[in-house]
Ligand binder design. Structure first.
Ligand code: SF4
Length: 226
């Protein structure tokens, strides 16, 4: 990665154009997990720990036909659910967490998925990252989800100097307008996948090259880009 950090102005002044340009560039950016309702969203996010979204979607395509309501996950023996989520890895822990979460959903929330972080954290097996993703997807973002792409791009774009995801999130929520908390991570994730690759960022094709202190394109070349 290009180490020299070139001057591109204050991050407060750059954040809006960064969001606006990414929103145009990645108008289709959204969560890659497939789900039809809040319960399926919750299960998908729980299953996505330590595996890819593609893998989760492959498993849930059949899982969600078999299990339609929270009660359905509790109506089978644990080992049957373990087999059904086996391909996502950590299947014992995931099956246990899903049954625990469905139990609490039914006992305390009337079978509905809550939308606040505090309530979501009461579900067994739901950690802060899962709660953040679910709340944001349900239209109630209360933080900014920091995954590996969000971490890398925030650092490259000079939006944070932190390494720890919790501290990065703290910087981002001060900077990003609250209305954009939900879509901001998706924009960075899609930009990270499509353009700002971890090993080989395509700065010459990047819409942020004049706003990015880590760009490999020299400033005097930016004016000449198409
Ligand atoms: S210019 Fe774009 S591709 Fe290059 S480091 Fe910055 S954000 Fe990533």
């Amino acid at each position: 990665m290009h180490e020299a950090r070139r001057p591109v102005g204050r991050r407060r002044d750059r954040i809006r154009p960064i969001i606006e340009r990414l929103a145009v560039e990645h108008a289709d950016a959204k969560i890659a997990l497939e789900f039809r309702n809040p319960v399926e969203l919750l299960i998908s996010v729980m299953l996505s720990a330590q595996t890819t979204d593609v893998n989760v979607n492959r498993v849930t395509a059949t899982l969600f036909e078999k299990y339609r309501r929270p009660e359905d996950y509790l109506a089978v023996p644990r080992d049957e659910l373990e087999q059904d989520v086996y391909a996502t890895g950590f299947f014992r822990q995931k099956a246990k967490s899903i049954q625990g979460a469905m139990r609490v959903l039914l006992d305390e929330f009337g079978g509905e998925v809550p939308t606040t972080i505090d309530e979501l954290l009461r579900l067994p097996g739901v950690a802060r990252k899962t709660a953040n993703v679910v709340a944001a997807e349900l239209g109630n973002p209360q933080g900014i989800v920091v995954d590996t792409h969000v971490r890398r791009l925030s650092q490259r774009l000079g939006l944070t100097r932190q390494e720890d995801p919790v501290k990065i999130e703290r910087d981002l929520v001060k900077l990003v307008p609250r209305a954009d908390w939900g879509r901001f991570p998706h924009l960075l994730i899609w930009h990270g996948r499509r353009v700002c690759d971890a090993r080989n960022p395509r700065c010459e094709d990047c819409v942020l090259t004049d706003l990015c202190p880590s760009s490999r394109v020299e400033l005097d070349e930016v004016a000449e880009l198409p």
